[in-house]
Design a protein around this ligand. Structure first.
Ligand code: SAH
Length: 408
């Protein structure tokens, strides 16, 4: 009688450079391909890779991606653990517990899981009311979805989950996993756009096709500040997207709000968001207009100081390190042109979401534009990440904003 032979693939094991070892030990979640010194075999997309240290002891375990320069995304460092169903459930529970009590019933849209900084490298989970949006930035999660997705409704109460995929993984998702960007992967069908509340304001998010997961949830705290500054002011919201800052300004009794964006879809969404809030008297009273234009050109062409509050929130201007210098110059020019359209006593709110530009150099560029305007101003505040978007390592820190007040 022949005994069936069982072939088991050995665990994927890696050894990395001393520098990478120190960085992982220090909590950095990325191991780059060029710091892998040795591995026992080729690895496949999304399998678990164990990193051993110089003395051959377990150092860390993470998700392997053979085609990305970011070869391993670390899930756990320290003592060996089994990443079983309980471990994953617990990991999700920790991220959810972190948000406990952060928001009241007036805010039903917020981030539940913020990638690496919540222990879920390359994965984001946002909530819009009862709809979740799971966004993947690495294909390494694709083979794990059948096990992970069922955990989501069970732990969060979400009734449906939409899958969003970063552009670079859409082809592999379709070809090897039969998954499409925007498809519902859990629960009932989703009526898109999805309505939710932020600080009591009603917004819609296009969770199927919109940028990021459909809304820029990361600007909530800055929007609240803008709402507090807006009374009696004429507001320009440059790079407005769907009018997030504008609705807060309108509710905060701004006289008028101008949404400026290059995208007609964004401006149409902004008009719908205003309509959703027309029962709020101050929103109904506020004059709302939309301007579709390149904000850099439009601002540079303005001749009159016509606004009392200007918000500048451009998309990332430095997608790679090589674009850092150019981005800083562009932030400086934007701030200069934003200040030029400010009337006496106006306020400037300038934000940056470029991870390659540090908060300090961004603030310095805006302050310089302030000084070079020859007008007297003071600095009201600088802000960083909101609490539902924690950033635990330098590359994760992309968001910063500065608030300047010009003297009458
Ligand atoms: N402040 C927004 C988010 C801005 S996202 C919020 O609170 O929701 C960046 C926006 O800039 C997008 O809507 C995009 O369409 C727009 N955009 C990109 N390039 C632009 C340009 N050159 N001129 C005007 N808008 C631009």
């Amino acid at each position: 009688m022949s005994v069936p032979s069982v072939t088991t693939t050995p665990r994927l094991r890696l050894r990395v450079t001393a520098a990478a070892e120190a960085s992982v030990r220090g909590g950095h979640p990325w191991v780059f391909g060029d710091s892998v010194r040795e591995q026992n075999r080729e690895g496949t997309l999304g399998e678990l890779a164990v990193i051993y240290d110089r003395r051959d002891r377990f150092l860390a375990i993470g998700l392997y991606d053979p085609s990305s320069p970011l070869r391993v995304r670390v899930l756990h460092v320290g003592q060996p653990v089994a990443l079983d169903a309980t471990w994953w459930r617990e990991r999700l529970a920790v991220a959810l517990a972190r948000r406990q009590g952060m928001f009241d019933a007036q805010t039903t849209g917020f981030r539940l899981v913020n990638g690496e900084s919540d222990g879920w490298p390359g994965l984001v989970l946002d909530r819009y009311g009862s709809v979740g949006v799971l966004k993947l930035y690495t294909g390494a999660w694709l083979p794990r979805l059948p096990h992970l997705v069922p955990l989501i409704p069970a732990s969060t109460g979400l009734e449906a989950v939409v899958l969003r995929l970063s552009r670079n993984i859409q082809a592999v998702a379709r070809a090897d996993f039969g998954l499409q960007d925007g498809q519902v992967i859990s629960g009932s069908d989703v009526a898109n756009p999805v309505e939710f509340l932020e600080s009591g304001l009603r917004f819609e998010a296009d969770v199927v096709r919109g940028q990021k997961t459909g809304f820029f949830l990361d600007q909530r705290e800055n929007r609240r500040r803008v709402g507090d500054l807006a009374a009696g002011r004429r507001v320009l919201n440059a790079f407005s997207f769907s009018g997030g800052f504008s609705l807060y300004a309108a509710r905060g009794r701004a006289i008028s709000v101008t949404d400026l964006d290059i995208s007609p879809h964004a401006l149409a969404a902004a008009r719908r968001n205003f309509a959703l809030n027309h029962t709020t008297p101050s929103v109904a009273r506020c004059q709302h207009e939309t301007v579709q234009a390149d904000a850099f050109d439009w601002l540079a062409a303005q001749r009159r100081p016509a606004y009392d509050l200007v918000v500048l929130d451009p998309p990332s201007l430095a997608r790679r390190e090589a674009e850092r210098e150019g981005a800083l110059r562009a932030y400086g020019r934007l701030a200069r042109d934003g200040i030029r359209v400010l009337r006496q006593g106006g306020r400037l709110v300038a934000a940056s979401c470029s991870a390659h530009v540090s908060a300090e150099e961004f603030f310095a560029a805006v302050r310089r534009a302030g000084r070079e305007s020859g007008r007297r101003f003071s600095e009201m505040a600088t802000t960083r990440h909101p609490p539902d978007h924690p950033a635990t390592f330098p590359e994760a820190q992309y968001l910063k904003a500065i608030f300047l007040v010009f003297e009458p």
